[in-house]
Ligand binder design. Structure first.
Ligand code: NAD
Length: 397
């Protein structure tokens, strides 16, 4: 018994030292404006849950470019796939779990956090199970399929004393951060109107993304959420009313259960109006434009994993000035995971905590209500800026 207490004390001292090193590196980053990594063994350990397209193509490769985060475990329903991926990333067989024995992660001290990359309907269950196993949770967007589920996820993490962050990678990306700064500083005057589009084609009628019980909805919660969340991020405000219309091509097998397209408007307390649209039936296109008194600016593409481009248009007398600011591209998933690791190590509320995901879900429910009832829906009038966000992410260097 005594031996085990001493072992636990030693372990918690080790953790405290490990976390201190990360916080020290973060301070160095801020002071010197250059990234400063900690030794791989000192990084926050992640179990990636779900080995689908996003995990295999983006998240696992991104982990190897992180400064404060590392891969320490995998969770998958497909044992063969998990074994292959584990050997590719040097993960021991004892750190590979399936959906049934997932709760055993409680005994794995190398797992500080889980990153949930499963179909939307599974986010709720796995967040709650991870919190009960004493792990911090980074959960993919949309946070869940209902406001109630989001509230339960926040409660479970609070009760377990663990952090919860929603993976809104755009809020950690450099060009989008610059657009936010210009919006907040009124660089081109007051922002009057923002337009945003996020569309792509869903080829497969059997995909979980078009099954209501798994996806929660169609284009809106999957990709339209980028328009909604990015505009809230740019302005820092919360909409006071929304109005939406949906359309699905009749007899198209893909859209029997969920909407193909949605057009939606949002009104903000400062008077800014937003016009957004999203579709599962178009060629991929992802962009937004911010129209201010003395110019307009935006990104096209805005929501892709890489290759983002910013364009500004201003006027000097009769002459229209077009510019394309450039910056060094950084991996969005690495920025997002390192922010969560910093939040865990230094005990800070993540910038996109569970409350941010819950607020999106409140608005998503209002948008569906608006489309269903064919009327404008008023939302609670919330004053103040960044009401649901935690500490600011590090500046990209
Ligand atoms: P995917 O279909 O490629 O992978 C889903 C994984 O879940 C697969 O490994 C699959 O085997 C597993 N799974 C377990 N139970 C399942 C079930 N009942 N039905 C279907 N799959 C099941 O999906 P994805 O594109 O990797 O998306 C996963 C999550 O990541 C979603 O929440 C999605 O919204 C989110 N996502 C986020 C981004 C981003 O840029 N942040 C991009 C894509 C996806």
């Amino acid at each position: 018994m005594r031996e085990s207490i001493e072992y636990d004390l030693l372990k918690s001292k080790e953790k405290a030292l490990q976390y201190n090193e990360i916080c020290h590196a973060v301070e160095q980053h801020k002071k010197e404006q250059k990234s400063s990594a900690v030794h791989p063994t000192k990084r926050i350990g992640y179990a990636v849950v779900g080995l689908g397209k996003l995990s295999l193509e983006q998240i696992l490769p991104a982990l190897s470019t992180c400064n404060y985060s590392r891969l320490t475990a995998l969770v998958s329903g497909d044992a063969d796939k998990a074994r292959k991926v584990a050997s590719q990333y040097g993960i021991a067989e004892s750190s590979v779990y399936n959906y049934q024995n997932f709760d055993e992660i409680i005994n794995n001290k190398d797992i500080d956090a889980v990153y949930i990359v499963l179909p939307n309907s599974m986010h709720h269950e796995f967040t709650i199970r991870a919190a009960k196993a004493g792990k911090h949770v980074l959960c993919e967007k949309p946070m869940a399929n209902s406001v109630q589920e989001c509230e339960e996820m926040i409660k479970a993490c609070k009760e377990a004393g663990r952090k919860l962050m929603i993976a809104y990678r755009i809020q950690y990306e450099g060009y989008n951060a610059l657009a936010k700064q210009w919006t907040r500083d009124e660089k081109f005057g007051k922002v009057k109107v923002i337009e945003a589009y996020n569309g792509q084609s869903i080829p497969d009628a059997n995909h979980w993304r078009v099954k209501k019980n798994l996806a929660g909805g169609g284009a809106l919660p999957d990709i339209g959420i980028y328009c909604l969340n990015t505009i809230r991020f740019l302005l820092g405000e919360e909409p006071t009313s929304v109005f939406a219309t949906t359309y699905s091509t009749p007899h198209d097998a893909r859209f029997k259960e969920v909407e193909e397209s949605m057009l939606f408007q949002m009104t903000f307390p400062s008077g800014t109006l937003a016009m957004c649209s999203t579709s599962y039936g178009t060629q991929a296109s992802r962009n937004y434009r911010v129209y201010a008194e003395k110019g307009n600016y935006g990104l096209d593409p805005a929501f892709s994993y890489s290759g983002l481009k910013m364009h500004t248009v201003t006027q000097d007398g009769q002459i229209e000035l077009k510019q394309m600011p450039t910056m060094v591209e950084q991996n969005q998933f690495a920025l997002e995971m390192d922010h969560f690791s910093e939040s865990i190590a230094c005990g800070k509320q993540p910038y996109t905590a569970g409350e941010e995901g819950l607020q999106d879900m409140r608005i998503i429910e209002a948008l569906y209500q608006s489309a269903y009832e064919k009327r404008m829906i008023k939302l609670e009038h919330l004053n103040g800026k960044d009401l649901f966000r935690g500490h600011e992410p590090l500046k990209n260097v």
